[in-house]
Design a protein around this ligand. Structure first.
Ligand code: ADP
Length: 201
């Protein structure tokens, strides 16, 4: 969607993205974690955020807790609403990137199409896909939020992995295997990747 007729974006910013980035010795970037519900995205994202913050970096996690309960509280899980959810998350990510932040996004983002939409909005130089892997059976046995039991009982429709598809990313920056690695190992692996790509000191 293009800007409405009477909106004029200002390009003469007095504080640049580069200045904001250099203040925290980092390059702003969106690390977009996708995977089934319960695969471990938010658990890992929060650990990594803590580690990077402890090292003095500007980092934020965008996930269901702070997005679906607020800016996207009017959206459900139909195909259209999932696309709109991701579009808004991508726009919010872009704002944080312009503020110099490392953004860790934790959303199922089930289809390649939806993740490509996010990449298009954010820009491919500032976007990396992270695949958080655990099988449907493992996620169902974890059933952190009790959603799998409800979905299997037919109480939730359009449940990813059951009656709604999940496309495994074809070329993620990394795959975190949460079935065979601990939370600590996965968090250490993602932290190392972010440090090697986004930390400049
Ligand atoms: P998601 O954000 O993908 O929906 P959550 O992070 O909310 O998933 O839940 C993942 C669950 O799996 C948590 O209860 C977590 O403790 C557990 N878990 C077990 N092993 C791992 C691992 N290696 N990485 C992340 N979470 C794990």
């Amino acid at each position: 969607m293009s800007a409405p007729d009477n909106i004029f974006p200002m390009h003469d910013q007095l504080v640049t993205r580069q200045e904001r980035e250099s203040l925290a010795s980092q390059r702003a970037h969106a690390y977009w974690m996708c995977g089934l519900s319960g695969s471990g995205k938010s658990t890992i994202a929060k650990r990594v955020e803590r580690r990077l913050f402890a090292d003095g970096h500007r980092v934020i996690v965008l996930d269901g807790d702070n997005i679906r309960s607020g800016i996207n509280s009017n959206l459900g899980f139909s195909t259209e609403d999932r696309a709109e959810n991701i579009r808004r998350v991508a726009e919010v990510s872009k704002l944080f990137i312009s503020a110099g932040f490392i953004v860790i996004v934790s959303f199922i983002s089930p289809t390649q199409e939806i993740r490509d939409l996010a990449r298009d909005i954010i820009g491919s130089d500032d976007f990396s896909e992270i695949y958080v892997h655990a099988t449907f059976e493992t996620c169902a046995s974890r059933d952190v939020k009790g959603l799998y039991a409800k979905a299997i009982a037919g109480e939730i429709k359009n449940f990813t992995g059951l009656d709604s598809p999940f496309d495994i990313p074809s070329s993620p920056l990394i795959t975190l295997d949460t079935e065979n690695q601990s939370v600590d190992q996965c968090a250490a692996e993602l932290t190392a990747v972010i440090k090697s790509t986004s930390i400049t000191r």
